[in-house]
Design a protein around this ligand. Structure first.
Ligand SMILES: [Fe+2]
Ligand SMILES: [Fe+2]
Length: 214
């Protein structure tokens, strides 16, 4: 099955169950938090621009907004990132860390400041594109609901983050046309791994949720 169909099926099953839905929201809150933490840790203060600082803070705000929705839906037990409060949290983090590692490796010969800027831009570019896809499928599954309305603001900010780094990469990296394709292939492989893990996790839960025959 194509990854996009598979995630669509998984999301449909998730939004139909409030506890799975709270775990999904918390998993995405966690990924937004990892993004926030990664930007803060990877960028040197001497070179930190207002745009990058703003990006970090917006990712932090996305993490908080999704966290609040997870707690509202699932209760106070979701007020942490404990593994049992997420769906494939470990695999979700592996997707992010391995993508970051692959980009970092590709620029390992460059001086630290240049490398940090390029890794930040490429990882952001790849993740924002994927996030827009996944949040789009998710929003469609939600229909007209409070959560869907709250996603609108988040999506608008992700679109701006993507436009900012894409403009920088097109102007600042002559290798962008070829490099972006190579990184896209790496990202697609990592994303497929996550989507498969999620589908497996949901399939394992299904027998437990099935009604007991009379
Ligand atoms: Fe975000
Ligand atoms: Fe973003």
């Amino acid at each position: 099955m194509h990854a996009q169909d598979r995630i669509g099926n998984s999301i449909a099953a998730i939004v139909a169950d409030p506890i799975l839905h709270a775990k999904w929201l918390n998993t995405f809150s966690f990924l937004e938090y990892v993004g926030f933490r990664k930007i803060v840790k990877s960028q040197r203060a001497e070179a930190l621009s207002a745009a990058v600082l703003n990006h970090a803070l917006e990712e932090g705000r996305h993490a908080l907004g999704l966290k609040k929705l997870a707690v509202k839906l699932g209760g106070l037990s979701f007020d942490s990132y404990a593994p049992e409060t997420m769906l494939c949290g470990e695999e979700a983090e592996a997707y992010f860390q391995e993508l970051d590692g692959a980009c970092d490796e590709a620029f390992s010969a460059l001086p630290e400041a240049e490398r940090a800027k390029l890794v930040y831009c490429y990882v952001t570019w790849l993740i924002e594109r994927r996030a827009l896809d996944v949040y789009g499928v998710y929003k469609q599954a939600l229909g007209a609901s409070e959560i869907a309305r709250k996603l609108d603001g988040l999506l608008a900010e992700e679109i701006r983050h993507l436009a900012e780094v894409e403009a920088w990469l097109q102007a600042g990296d002559p290798g962008f046309p070829t490099r972006s394709k190579e990184f896209e292939a790496v990202e697609a492989r990592l994303y497929d791994t996550f989507v498969e893990a999620l589908a497996r996790d949901l399939a394992q839960r299904k027998p437990l949720a099935a009604p007991v025959p009379a």
